[in-house]
Write a protein that binds this ligand. Structure first.
Ligand SMILES: Nc1ncnc2c1ncn2[C@@H]1O[C@H](COP(=O)(O)OP(=O)(O)O)[C@@H](O)[C@H]1O
Ligand SMILES: [Mg+2]
Length: 251
């Protein structure tokens, strides 16, 4: 289970992104980037962050630690910014938090170099989870202490927005032409040979067990949170075996 932390203070919005994540302090006195259950696509974005972030971590990628952040909407009362106030008021209960990497720089493909091996692993992984949010315009990669860290996995697994069509949707190829790391000659064959066999049913069960029940209840067509957890695992298991043949790299 993800560690549970209580949000005690809203510090400031992180305005670079589209979903208005905020910097908050937890009852453990640590700073967290908070993603709100009341924002845009809401809970599904948070579920995607957990499934994809926790899978990435288990495959050896650097991902900031994830926690649940419990929010009392009264924290919004003192907020002068109307948009922030609305967001806090509509996000009572469990939200997603991640360790704030203080001083991290946004990755710039023109300023940093990445090895073909590391680029291959990241592109393969993004293809697996169908990440459409790692383009050179918006890499969602941070440089911190000289290493690349993966963030922002809310726009992945598009199939979870339409479960009846999930199988068809998950059979589609991945377009990597615009990927932030496309220019580093990603070694996809080596990445696939190493990573695909690690994406097992057991690993996916472990990863999906991390999703808080509160974000899974009430999904049409599913009786229990565990049914929905299995639905998250199935397309990833199916894609792991074949996706490296289905990555389009032409500009
Ligand atoms: N864990 C983190 N540590 C430091 N900065 C972060 C972290 N997560 C996000 N940020 C900063 O906040 C911005 C927006 O976060 P992101 O997760 O990309 O949300 P959005 O969905 O709004 O794009 C990032 O581009 C980055 O600059
Ligand atoms: Mg982002």
């Amino acid at each position: 289970m993800l560690k549970e932390v209580i949000a005690t203070r809203y510090i400031t919005p992180l305005r670079e992104g589209g979903s208005l994540p905020g910097l908050v302090e937890g009852d453990d006195f640590a700073p967290y980037v908070m993603k709100f259950s009341g924002a845009g696509q809401g809970r599904k974005t948070l579920v995607a962050e957990v499934v994809v972030g926790e899978l990435a971590r288990r495959l050896g990628f650097r991902v900031p630690r994830l926690v649940t952040l419990d929010l009392d909407p009264v924290l919004g009362l003192g907020e002068p910014d109307q948009q922030v106030q609305e967001l806090l008021k509509s996000s009572g209960g469990a939200n997603l938090g991640m360790d704030f990497l203080s001083g991290a720089l946004g990755f710039d493909p023109l300023a940093f170099t990445v090895s073909a091996e590391e680029a291959g692993r990241i592109v393969w992984f993004d293809a697996l989870v169908n990440n459409v949010d790692r383009s050179w315009r918006n890499p969602n990669l941070l440089m911190w202490h000289g290493d690349l860290w993966l963030i922002d996995h809310g726009a992945t697994m598009i199939w979870h927005h339409n479960w009846p069509g999930a199988e068809t949707s998950a059979a589609r190829p991945y377009d990597a032409a615009d990927h932030a790391l496309a220019r580093f000659a990603p070694d996809l064959a080596t990445a696939a040979a190493d990573l695909a066999p690690q994406v097992t049913e057991e690993l996916l069960a472990e990863v999906t067990a991390e999703i808080p029940d509160a974000w899974l209840t009430g999904e049409p067509g599913f009786d229990t949170p565990d049914d929905l957890r299995r639905a998250y695992a199935a397309p990833l298991l199916a894609r792991a075996a074949v996706i490296h043949e289905r990555i389009k790299r032409d500009q």
